[in-house]
Design a protein around this ligand. Structure first.
Ligand code: UT7
Length: 339
């Protein structure tokens, strides 16, 4: 038995923010952002729009792509949930009219799509569900300090969703094996210090008396993260290829988490994967955390970069630290352009 990819859809908020838009208030340049990250523009939620809205839109598209009106479970990977409590997934299931199905969120930042895919596949393997709607959704620009030039240019909002169904390991679309890992000793390299239980217990409540304003926003140490990202994604990709019995030369498309185009290209170089096998969409969406890989897959499929039968390597890395990889052969599913 295997979990098989049966549908894919994405959603992006309408608001486009170009590098020049950002640089109107930020000490940076379009040239710096493009050359150091590969990002030209990103999307930002409109006032009042949130992760749940993007998740539901992407979820509806994935259901349509799969030709299904029902699933047995809904999982949302997000690090920008609408509220600390409750999870986004039950509201998404309700909004999509999916009934009283099991629904929960998981938080694994930029590797959320790989962790969630493994969790959803596990639900199918264990018999908990025969089909799962799994969505990576983020309104993470709301977590980023607009005055911090080290992070403000990098992140964007969006959602990508897949439907997984029970099938067999030899079918196109069967996901796995997986490689997942973490290193909590480096948790502080990418963190939002305030808002959680640690800050509340230290300051005596949620108001954050004495908490510096910047602590409510993401804090990121870019350089050491960059080094970790390349090393961890490369090692994880190698491990999963090994488990799958694939050579690097078997990979038609490398769909790596879009944190920085230089990271993706460096991983490909380490793996000795030619540039033309590397999928990229960071130029138009930035780093959308858990939504990054499914938005990339949708983009590649729509552009004809990803075709039925292609052997695909997925790999991601992010806060935690955490990372993960998997492989699949691309199935013949309809995918709509994400605008
Ligand atoms: O999503 C998964 C987790 N996140 C990541 O994997 C992020 C990994 N890190 C990165 O992608 C890169 O480290 C960044 C894109 C964040 C930064 O690029 P970098 O090439 O590592 O730059 P840097 O931090 O080493 O900074 C180089 C210079 C510094 O100036 P000095 O000290 O050399 O004078 C920065 O102050 O660039 C400066 N700088 C900027 N200049 C213009 C930093 N941000 C900016 C900016 N505009 N936005």
């Amino acid at each position: 038995m295997a979990a098989v990819l049966a549908g894919l859809g994405g959603a992006l908020p309408a608001g486009v923010v170009t590098n020049d838009d950002l640089c109107a208030t930020l000490d940076s340049t379009d040239e710096w952002i493009r050359t150091r990250t590969g990002i030209g523009e990103r999307r930002r939620v409109a006032p009042g729009q949130s992760t749940r809205d993007l998740a539901a839109e992407a979820g509806a598209r994935a259901l349509k792509s799969a030709g299904r009106g029902a699933v047995d479970a809904v999982v949302v990977a997000t690090t920008s949930a609408d509220r600390l409590c409750p999870a986004v997934a039950p509201e998404v299931a309700h909004q999509l009219g999916l009934g009283p199905v099991p629904a929960y969120d998981l938080t694994s930042a930029c590797s959320g799509f790989l962790y969630g895919l493994a969790a959803a596949a596990g639900h199918i393997a264990s018999g908990v569900a025969e089909s799962v709607l799994f969505i990576g959704a983020e309104a993470f620009t709301t977590m980023v300090n607009p005055a911090d030039r080290g992070t403000a240019p990098i992140f964007g909002d969006g959602a990508g969703a897949v439907v997984l169904r029970r099938g067999t390991p030899d079918e196109p679309g069967a996901v796995g094996p997986f490689d997942l890992g973490s290193d909590g000793s480096l948790a502080d390299l990418l963190a939002i210090p305030a808002g959680g239980a640690r800050q509340r217990s230290a300051t005596g409540g949620p108001r954050g008396d004495g908490v510096p304003a910047e602590d409510w926003y993401l804090r990121m140490e870019g350089r050491p993260l960059y080094v970790q990202a390349v090393a961890r994604m490369t090692a994880s990709a190698r491990a999963v290829l090994d488990r799958a019995g694939w050579a690097v030369s078997d990979v038609d498309v490398f769909a790596g988490h879009q944190a920085n185009v230089r990271i993706v290209r460096a991983v490909a170089e380490e793996l000795e994967l030619p540039d033309d096998r590397v999928a990229v969409n960071i130029d138009r969406v930035g780093n959308t955390l858990a939504a990054s890989v499914p938005l990339l897959l949708a983009d590649a499929a729509v552009r004809g970069r990803l075709n039925p039968g292609d052997r695909v390597l997925l790999s991601a890395f992010g806060a935690g630290l955490s990372w993960g990889s998997t492989v699949l052969r691309w199935p013949d599913i309809p995918v709509e352009e994400v605008r």
